[in-house]
Design a protein around this ligand. Structure first.
Ligand code: ADP
Ligand code: ADP
Length: 222
């Protein structure tokens, strides 16, 4: 079932750079969709359009399900944790901004920290954590509001291969368990094949989707 359909989407920035020309892409509910392509082909621009952080200069984004901003989670390559807040408080933040007290949020935060294997690190500060652990905190924070759609922009690109592999595995488990839709930007063929149910392959000039590949992955547990 389609969640969002991008039709003939183009994006030319105010400096004249055309990042996207004619992108056609359907995001279906429950997809783990990878956007795969070389650096500069417009993958981040597609994500930013979906997140509503920028607008297309041509074409349309056709939302098939009402999806408030509340229902989108975003994970960037650089974990953007609050440096002065501990792990618990960082994951609590999105719920706190929605008026939920520490006590009200405790169970949701605790469950997610367990899922990302950070139980026991509630009081650790971001500076004390490895890159992989910071990324785990970012994932927990993005999922704590139970978003319908999770947007990830090369989240693991800066991590070493083993850390990356473990995170891939845990992310796949979370997706299979919690049924959210993912759009995952990567330039790693391995990552896209390992994680995705579908891969949209993008060409650099002009930025567009030129192929789609369906991948056999374990189906979400019901
Ligand atoms: P728009 O055309 O959508 O208004 P802007 O030209 O205002 O976008 O750029 C938005 C932001 O992206 C600015 O902060 C700008 O500095 C930054 N930016 C500019 N060029 C690039 C680039 N090549 N890659 C990534 N970000 C850029
Ligand atoms: P990718 O994520 O595939 O590396 P991007 O979407 O970041 O590609 O960028 C696509 C192209 O658009 C690049 O040429 C980039 O420099 C340019 N670009 C991205 N953001 C901006 C911006 N805000 N202003 C001007 N150019 C930009």
């Amino acid at each position: 079932e389609p969640l969002l359909i991008l039709r003939n989407v183009g994006k030319t920035f105010s400096n004249g750079v055309t990042a996207l020309a004619d992108v056609d892409l359907t995001i279906r509910q429950g997809d783990f969709l990878s956007l795969l392509g070389p650096s500069g082909c417009g993958k981040s621009t597609v994500l930013r359009l979906i997140a509503g952080l920028t607008t297309p200069t041509s074409g349309t984004l056709d939302w098939r399900k009402a999806l408030g901003e509340d229902c989108v989670g975003f994970v960037f390559q650089e974990p953007t944790l609050l440096p002065w807040a501990d792990v618990f408080d960082n994951v609590w933040l999105p719920l706190r901004l929605r008026g939920r007290s520490r006590a009200e949020a405790a169970s949701a935060v605790g469950t997610l920290l367990e899922r990302v294997r950070l139980t026991g690190f509630e009081k650790a500060m971001p500076r004390e954590l490895s890159g992989g652990m910071k990324m785990r905190v970012s994932i927990a924070r993005a999922l704590v509001t139970k978003p319908r759609l999770l947007l990830m922009d090369e989240p693991f690109a800066a991590l070493d291969e083993i850390t990356r592999f473990r995170l891939n595995d845990d992310l796949l488990d979370l997706w299979q368990e919690q049924h959210f839709t993912v759009v995952f930007v990567t330039h790693s063929v391995f990552e896209s094949v390992f994680l995705s149910s579908r891969i949209a392959v993008m060409a650099a000039r002009p930025g567009r989707v030129f192929d789609e590949i369906a991948v056999e992955t374990p189906q979400p547990r019901s």
